[in-house]
Design a protein around this ligand. Structure first.
Ligand SMILES: [Zn+2]
Length: 282
């Protein structure tokens, strides 16, 4: 599933490609992608005639800001947007087509069919599902060490599931949580409230640095991710821990282990990321 760096890369690419284009009409080939409004004809009718002002991101969601509407979209497992000419051959997994007045088309393709689109009046989208309960943006200037301490303080949850919970900090999924915890030298099963200020400081810095480096590399291409121009990211080549089970840790040479934490496959260097306190595994 694309995480913040991948969605941010898609956002930047789309913003360059489609800003200013006007929608002539919309074709919906798979109704289940459209979550709001209920009626796909109403969805298409609402969008016709509107222009793309900018493409923004909130957590792992894209926000297409139009003149007088906002469309919120989640790529889920394998959703992709791409810009095409209207006579380009259509992929059988293309489910929604935004036909622009200049003869180009924004096509949404999704082999797994889990992606979503919600249409809102301006201002409505941040107050309603699916964006209303999202937490702190980690690459925003407001994500200070003080803010991070407020989010984590006193919680008896293990740190990995806490960081994956989008109601606290948004955009971090299984790749970047493992990378960030490794950079910070923190065991994923450490209880949030047991972390010292020094550990929290390292973790805060590691989250920001990991996500920033990954955005700069165009995201990680594991499985099928590509940006809006069909290009792969390269951050997977810089992964320190994710996907490197049984390979030596680049810091200490200890073999990287994979276990399950909070139901998710978890990569850890047992030497660099020791548990600092006893954790009751029951
Ligand atoms: Zn190590």
């Amino acid at each position: 599933m694309p995480e913040l760096p991948e969605v941010e890369t898609v956002r930047r690419t789309l913003n360059d490609l489609i800003t200013g284009k006007q929608i002539q009409h919309v074709t919906v080939r798979l109704p289940r992608i459209i979550q709001r409004p209920d009626d796909i004809q109403a969805f298409a009718n609402m969008l016709a005639g509107h222009s793309i002002v900018t493409v923004e991101r909130r957590g792992k969601f894209l926000r297409f800001v139009l003149d007088g509407l906002v469309m919120v979209s989640h790529l889920r497992m394998e959703g992709r947007y791409g810009l095409f000419q209207q006579d380009d051959p259509l992929d059988k997994h293309t489910h929604v087509i935004f036909h622009f007045t200049d003869g180009t088309e924004l096509r949404y393709t999704d082999v797994r069919q889990f992606g979503t689109m919600h249409l809102f009046q301006p201002g409505e989208d941040l107050l309603l599902k699916p964006l209303n309960k999202l937490g702190q943006e980690p690459l925003d200037a407001s994500f200070t060490m003080e803010r991070f301490k407020e989010i984590v303080a006193g919680r008896s949850t293990k740190i990995k599931p806490l960081l994956l919970n989008q109601e606290y900090v948004v955009g971090i999924g299984n790749i970047y949580v493992d990378e960030s915890l490794h950079r910070a030298g923190i065991h994923p099963e450490e209880t949030a409230k047991s972390l010292s200020d020094e550990q929290l400081g390292r973790l805060h810095s590691a989250i920001v640095a990991t996500l920033t480096d990954a955005v700069n590399a165009g995201g990680s291409s594991v499985k099928s991710y590509v940006n809006g121009q069909g290009e792969s990211g390269s951050y997977q080549q810089q992964h320190l821990i994710y996907g490197r089970k049984d390979q030596p840790c680049s810091t200490c040479g200890t073999l990287i282990e994979k276990s399950v934490v909070g139901g998710r496959g978890t990569h850890i260097c047992p030497n660099c990321q020791p548990l600092s306190v006893f954790v009751n595994k029951n």
